[in-house]
Structure formats: structure tokens, C-alpha cells
Design a protein around this ligand. Structure first.
Ligand code: TXA
Ligand code: MG
Length: 321
């Protein structure tokens, strides 16, 4: 891991190094005004899978896509008048907007957790320079292990994730120290999904309307985590060791599944049994099999270790009807 302290002298080379690492599919820890982010190229599914692996996150919750400016953001999300107003007022800054995903948005389904929406924000500081130099969005949750507090100093990142990242850019302590405020504009009424660095009242003042808030007890359905968001139309049968001719098969590695030759359709999450590759494929493969004309999807057993935990969590949610 390279720990680069940013100064006027090191900045240009550090940005070039970070971009090269990101293009390679590596993870880079970047300072933003809120907290340090664990960044990957948002278009690279295996790189994004490594974020979940590195954090030890037990589930694939959707990630914020960090963009350089509103023009870049428009390639990813559909902006209505409310979104335009908030972007003009608060970007760059600690406000994330959840918008309907734009057609052809260059963002891997693992970033959006297969949802038809995308969370976007323009960060302040060197992270923005890295995004502009890369020319595309960075997916970045906070750069801490799952269950630990968000890091506001590079040393916190090195302690927890030093082995998993290629580079940490060190710009000293984060100015805000609190995650971004998340506002969803996917419905008629704007909704506060997470309070954060921009006071909700400031957002309400600019919108000229109240934000809907999650009620107490809603906490279990963290933003974007509703089981129903994830369900394919077809019923899912997990830990299948055989498949019927009218079923599609989602398999893994060299699992021996009887009837596989006659299955209505078949896709392998990773023929070589690589959980990083499997994580990158899970949303897209489910969508393809859902449209395959089969009557149900049989899913081979997936190992429970490492990223397997999040993959199995995703599949269990998809099986809820
Ligand atoms: O300040 C921040 O926002 C930091 C820095 C690194 O930018 N990032 C951050 O990311 O806190 P993360 O992944 O820890 O939080 C992302 C939040 C999650 O609560 C997730 O559920 C929500 O954003 N989210 C992302 N995409 C969503 C979507 N399409 N719909 C609903 N919620 C979404
Ligand atoms: Mg976090």
C-alpha cells in the first residue's frame, strides 16, 4: 500500500497514480469533506465487489456514485427541476441525491444493488480531481471495516484496510466528519433517507417543501434495503442440487447439479469458483435468468465464507415473495 501525503508538490502525481490504480481495478482510499471513502471504478464490477470484500460487509447495500460535476452526474441519473436546484445549491458538498438511473448509465449493477435508482454526489477536494481525471464515477462507501465508525483520518483507514487498498491519499482530517445527507427524489415527495452534513432544513428551504422522513422503527429497512426491491419475478429455489427442465439454473464453480444439461437456461456466477467474480455477476445474472422464459430459478449452493455471505444474503432476499 502507498500512503501519499498530499501537498502542492505531490498532488498531480498522486492523482495520476490513483487513476492508474483505479483503471487496474484496485481500491484507493480518498479524502472527501465528509469522511474517507473506499473507492473503486463504478463501472468495474469486480473492483466494486472488492469493496464489499475489504469491508467485510455482510450484504450488498447500494453505494454512492461520486461524480466530478453535475454534467457528469447527468450521465448517471435523471434530473428533474428539484434535483437541478439542489445540485446547483449544494454541489460540491455533503449532499447525496437518489435519482432514477439514466438509461445506459455506466454504473455496474453491484453499485446500485440492482435498483432502478442511483445515489450521486459531488465531493469536495482531491477526490473530485481524481474523478475528473478518471472521467467516470467512483463508487465509495466510508473506508472502514463493517460495523466500525467512519474514518476521518488516513491513519484510521490504514489501520483497518491497509492490506486491501493500493493507495491512500492523505489530506489530513476531514472538514465535515459526518457522512453526506441522502435525499431521495425517486418519488413525488422528496424523502430524507439519512441525515448528514447538510442540515435537512437547508434542503427544505431550497425545495420549498418538507422532506418526508423515515419513521422510528423504519430503521430496519435501511435505504434501498427493502426485500421487495430485490425480488425477481420468478420464484427462486436456493441450495438446489438438481434442476427441472422448466427451471433456469444459476450455478457456481463446478457444482454437480443433476439435470443441468436439460435446464431451460443456465448461467455460472463464476466457473472458476471465484467469489469476487460471482459477486460482480449476481445482479446481472439474476436479471437475465428472470427474462429467460423459465418458470423458476434454481440456485446451486454458494459457499458461505468471504463474499459468499453477501451473495447468499442477496439470494435469500431475492427468494422472498
Ligand atoms: O459522506 C458519504 O456519503 C460517504 C463518503 C465516502 O462519500 N459515503 C457513504 O457511503 O457514506 P455509504 O455506502 O456508507 O452509504 C451509502 C448510503 C447507504 O445507506 C445506501 O443504502 C444509500 O446510500 N443508497 C445508495 N444508493 C441508494 C439507492 N439507489 N437508493 C436508496 N439508497 C441508496
Ligand atoms: Mg459507512
Amino acid at each position: 500500500m502507498r500512503h501519499i501525503t498530499l501537498t502542492e508538490e505531490t498532488l498531480a502525481d498522486a492523482i495520476a497514480e490513483a487513476v492508474a490504480a483505479l483503471r487496474d481495478g484496485a481500491l484507493v482510499a480518498l479524502p472527501t469533506e465528509t469522511v474517507y471513502g473506499l473507492a473503486a471504478d463504478a463501472a468495474n464490477g469486480e473492483a466494486v465487489a472488492r469493496i464489499f470484500e475489504a469491508k467485510g460487509r455482510p450484504r450488498f447495500n447500494p453505494l454512492i456514485s461520486h461524480v466530478a460535476d453535475p454534467a457528469m452526474a447527468r450521465h448517471y441519473g435523471l434530473f428533474d427541476a428539484r434535483a437541478e436546484r439542489l445540485a446547483a445549491e449544494f454541489w460540491p458538498g455533503p449532499l447525496s441525491l437518489v435519482l432514477p438511473r439514466a438509461d445506459g448509465a455506466p454504473v455496474h449493477p453491484l453499485v446500485t444493488a440492482g435498483l432502478p435508482s442511483v445515489a450521486l454526489r459531488v465531493p469536495r477536494g482531491p477526490a473530485r480531481d481524481v474523478i475528473a481525471a478518471l472521467g467516470g464515477a467512483l463508487a465509495a462507501p466510508s473506508a472502514n471495516l463493517s460495523g466500525r465508525v467512519s474514518p476521518t483520518r488516513a491513519a484510521h483507514v490504514v489501520d483497518q484496510l491497509g492490506d486491501a487498498i493500493a493507495i491512500v491519499l492523505d489530506a489530513g482530517p476531514c472538514a465535515v466528519g459526518l457522512e453526506s445527507t441522502i435525499v431521495s427524489l425517486t418519488g413525488d415527495k422528496p424523502r430524507l433517507l439519512r441525515p448528514g452534513g447538510v442540515p435537512a432544513e437547508d434542503v427544505e428551504r431550497v425545495l420549498g417543501t418538507r422532506l418526508e422522513r423515515a419513521k422510528a422503527g423504519d430503521a430496519v429497512t435501511a435505504p434501498g434495503m427493502l426485500a421487495s426491491h430485490y425480488a425477481p419475478r420468478l420464484p427462486l429455489r436456493l441450495n438446489a442440487t438438481s434442476v427441472a427442465p422448466e427451471e433456469a439454473l444459476l450455478t457456481f464453480g463446478d457444482a454437480a447439479i443433476s439435470g443441468a444439461d436439460e435446464a431451460a437456461a443456465m448461467l455460472n456466477l463464476s466457473a472458476s469458483g471465484d467469489l469476487v467474480e460471482a459477486a460482480a455477476n449476481v445482479f446481472a445474472h439474476l436479471a437475465v435468468l428472470d427474462d429467460s422464459g423459465a418458470e423458476a430459478i434454481a440456485v446451486a449452493p454458494i459457499p458461505a465464507d468471504g463474499l459468499g455471505e453477501a451473495i447468499n444474503d442477496r439470494l435469500k432476499r431475492a427468494a422472498v415473495r
